[in-house]
Ligand binder design. Structure first.
Ligand code: NAP
Length: 315
């Protein structure tokens, strides 16, 4: 039986593995894909110590660090189908049919992209509609695209796509942006980006592929903007299914509720990164890494104390 089972191969999970290995805890870390949301960051300018680094490069370094502890860390790419409580801990059921037992769990599954729910979105998904502007920008060289949203994902995405696309429409439902002013300035400095503000997308239209986005109100006299691609970047939904199945409580926004020690409401189960209510829901490499460190420290304390947790749950 492992000391800790970490589910999720992103910044939070790998950091938790680094810390748990240094605590000499036998660690099993598993996830469906390596790198998590960090892989989608084309340029990371806020990871302290690196003025500019690509997300995939940073995640490769996180992984290599976690795997540098020899037998203490077992790393597996696999989908975790379900979890059950067993005597003295928990059992993971992998899609392959294999099972893995551990005394504690750290949930670090991150989140998945939110969908808009507009007519045409599902029909043209993969045919011009995508959910990662930074990942797919390359396919839209010299094309016209729409990026939807006003947070970091949308505005960073628009800045990256604008480097290759002919024309970018940044469509946002308000006139203020949640995104870092750094990214807003970057986008504003491009003459191939048009801000389409106080507008919603009513429909995504096309034939074989996307040909345009229909707005709820005309923009400069046009009801439909002709585009070759639509990047939907309107936030993410935490991947809480496994946590819910164990009885972990969620906060009012649907994230895994954790206290200051990153403990969930189920003894022996901790959380870290974008899936949790921690760090005021601010999803960053720095906060994910911090939460991963705290979660591993809490696992260490929990095991040393024979399964006691003295943290108090935050609302
Ligand atoms: P977010 O911060 O939740 O922003 C989502 C944006 O989409 C908001 O502007 C929101 O509009 C808009 N939106 C939501 N639902 C909508 C709908 N149904 N129709 C139209 N617009 C809708 O999401 P995010 O940008 O993906 O960022 C998520 C987290 O990841 C944040 O903590 C962010 O800091 C982090 N992140 C950071 C970076 C970076 O540091 N470079 C990059 C990517 C993500 P309103 O503003 O009107 O609510």
């Amino acid at each position: 039986m492992y000391d800790v089972l970490i589910i999720g191969l992103g910044a939070a999970g790998y950091t938790a593995a680094v810390y748990s290995a240094r605590y000499k805890l036998s660690t099993f870390i598993v996830g469906a894909e390596e790198g998590g949301m960090g892989m989608t960051a084309a340029e990371v300018g806020n990871w302290p110590g690196d003025i500019d680094v690509r997300g995939p490069d940073l995640m490769e370094r996180f992984k290599n660090h976690a795997l540098s502890f020899g037998d203490l860390v077992t790393h597996k790419i696999a989908w975790v189908k379900s979890i059950e409580k067993i005597d003295g801990g928990f059992r993971l059921h992998l899609e392959s049919g294999d099972t893995v037992d551990g005394k504690t769990i750290i949930f670090a599954m991150g989140s998945s992209k939110r969908h808009l729910g507009a007519p045409g979105e599902e029909e043209f998904s993969g045919k011009g509609v995508t959910y990662c502007a930074t990942c797919d920008a390359f396919f839209y060289r010299n094309k016209t695209v729409a990026v939807i949203g006003g947070g970091d994902s949308a505005v960073e995405g628009a800045a990256i796509v604008a480097q290759v696309a002919k024309q970018v429409y940044l469509i946002h439902r308000r006139s203020d942006f949640r995104a870092e002013p750094y990214w807003v300035d970057r986008v504003q400095s491009r003459d191939n980006v048009t801000f389409v503000l106080e507008r919603n997308v009513a429909e995504i239209v096309g034939n074989e592929r996307v040909t345009g986005v229909k707005l709820d109100k005309p923009f400069e006299g046009q009801e439909t903007l002709a585009v070759d691609g639509v990047f939907i970047e309107i936030g993410s939904l935490p991947s809480t299914e496994l946590g819910k199945s164990l009885g972990c409580a969620l906060d009012s926004k649907g994230f895994l509720q954790v206290d200051g020690a990153m403990a969930t409401t189920v003894p022996g189960v901790f959380g870290a990164g974008d899936v949790t209510s921690g760090s005021n829901h601010f999803a960053q490499f720095a906060t994910a890494a911090g939460e991963g460190a705290v979660a591993a420290n809490s696992v260490f304390n929990y095991l040393q104390s024979g399964g006691k947790h003295e943290g108090g749950h935050m609302a």
